[in-house]
Design a protein. Sequence first.
Length: 71
Amino acid sequence: MVLEVADIDKPSFFVPSPEVYAKAAVEQIGIGSQCSPFWAHSLQWFLAGLLPENLLDTWRLSVGLRRRGLS
């Protein structure tokens, strides 16, 4: 199995360093079935929840196609 890992040069507001994310993820173990360990991701999740589902589906499809180079 081949795994693609994102090549991130430096952390940003929505992209934590691997160490910061790993620490936050470990702290969330056992809390619930769904969690967003990094606080900025929790903010994104909350804001996305305010949007209509069909709009989110369209956005997810667009992002997925772009990542695969199909658009």
